[in-house]
Write a protein that binds this ligand. Structure first.
Ligand SMILES: Cc1cc2nc3c(=O)[nH]c(=O)nc-3n(C[C@H](O)[C@H](O)[C@H](O)COP(=O)(O)OP(=O)(O)OC[C@H]3O[C@@H](n4cnc5c(N)ncnc54)[C@H](O)[C@@H]3O)c2cc1C
Length: 380
């Protein structure tokens, strides 16, 4: 097979890149290890920045998002005895949207613009520093496959082979805690997300729709999700989120999913090697506290699609040459913001740290500059 861009990975980065390239008149083929159903059902991100919503809308992917997504003006930030609303529209002129990654994935599949070969194995990259790179793999029926291309886009997440094909420097931070996340068939007990600092650990009340809630608890690394009963989870969430505080109530409901998510920051530089370009989680991971992972993947491919259209249609290499440096500026901004939110809200057991965190939280909610800084970064 021959195409212009061979894309590895059919997550949001890979499928959106194929979609944007098709709109720009550039052909692409995507290879993916998992099945289409598996990728579409993976529960992950749920918050889209205003700029991601604008990009998806301009790319013709906004109909369901605007019909079913929920626009939020801001978030609640709280600690025991205190709850404060930060209004991003007022502070930064931008909102955020609750719209699950699963829904973005469904919209991309429904658009039908990406040619995807699902359930491949043994993906390998070859000759990435030449003008004729290629990808080999084995198809689900055991037949060997090969895609010759002008460019390879590594959109295969943090466990894929692409990032290992880039001789690069990695920056990494592993945090000493994880998130126990649940999905529950119950209407959210809040109109907008609640980020809660608590001496027992951080808690987050998020949501996926008017009938589905998503909630998280800070837990020690290595926690086994099955060690927590549903009752224990709801009791702990009620305590950390302030059930009863000023009459607010957390309504529990049937838990349909339970998982533990380790917290990690990771940046690989550069994001390009010869004719191989990395995008999304293949190049960087952020802890989910700042809701940035999916949004960063969307920004990467917005930049990369423009660069590849210019390179492959107009033979103009300037945007492709600038891709890594340009993308990394935003990656590092989001990496800092995600680290800042994470370290401000997660408890370490150290009483000195706890006092610093509370002081910082008080400053964020009482200073317009502090609140605007959080709003600008969160809303993108
Ligand atoms: C529990 C959880 C909660 C999150 N919450 C948020 C949030 O609130 N907000 C936010 O913005 N982000 C969040 N994120 C992060 C967000 O989900 C990721 O940043 C996003 O999925 C990145 O998209 P991607 O396409 O780069 O990578 P992925 O979604 O990981 O897609 C990579 C694809 O490559 C495929 N692949 C891997 N290896 C190969 C191979 N060898 N050959 C072919 N294909 C391969 C994989 O199967 C996968 O489909 C969360 C993540 C998790 C896990």
């Amino acid at each position: 097979m021959r195409t212009q861009v061979a894309i590895i990975g059919a997550g949001p980065a890979g499928l959106l890149l194929a979609h944007l390239l098709a709109r720009g008149g550039v052909a692409a083929i995507v290879v993916e290890t998992r099945s289409q159903q598996y990728v579409a059902a993976r529960i992950r991100a749920g918050i889209l920045e205003q700029s991601s919503v604008s990009l998806l809308t301009e790319a013709g992917l906004g109909d369901r998002l605007h019909a079913q997504g929920q626009e939020h003006r801001g978030i609640y930030l709280q600690w025991p005895g205190q709850r404060h609303h930060l209004d991003f529209m007022d502070l930064a002129g931008r909102s955020v949207w609750v719209y699950g990654q699963t829904e973005v994935q469904k919209d991309l599949v429904a658009a039908g613009t990406a040619e995807v070969i699902y359930e491949v194995s043994g993906t390998a990259l070859h000759d990435v520093t030449t003008d004729r790179p290629y990808v080999t793999f084995t198809e689900s029926d055991g037949k060997p496959g090969r895609i010759d291309a002008d460019v390879i886009a590594g959109c295969d997440g943090s466990f894929g082979p692409s990032r290992h094909a880039v001789p690069s420097r990695a920056f990494e931070r592993t945090y000493p805690y994880s998130w126990l996340g649940i999905l529950a068939e119950v209407a959210p007990s809040t109109d907008e997300l609640i980020y809660a600092w608590h001496p027992g650990g951080f808690a987050l009340h998020s949501m996926r729709s008017p009938t589905v809630s998503r909630l998280y608890l800070q837990v020690p690394n290595g926690t086994d999700p099955s060690a927590w009963s549903d009752r224990q989870i709801w009791d702990e969430l009620a305590k950390r989120l302030g059930h009863g505080q000023d009459g607010w109530k957390l309504t529990p409901g049937p838990i349909t999913g339970k998982s533990v998510l380790p917290m990690r920051s990771y940046v690989q530089t550069p994001m390009r090697h010869g004719r191989l370009f990395l995008a999304g989680d293949a190049a960087h991971i952020v802890p989910p506290t700042g809701a940035k992972g999916l949004n960063l993947a969307i920004r990467d491919v917005a930049l990369l699609s423009r660069a590849l259209v210019a390179l492959l249609r107009s033979k103009d290499p300037r945007l492709a040459g600038a891709y890594s440096d340009t993308a990394l500026q935003r990656v590092w901004r989001c990496t800092h913001f995600s680290w800042w939110m994470t370290t401000m809200l997660h408890t370490s057991g150290d009483p000195f740290d706890a006092q610093l965190q509370l002081s910082q939280l008080r400053w964020v909610v009482s200073s317009r500059a502090g609140a605007a800084g959080l709003a600008e970064n969160y809303a993108g």
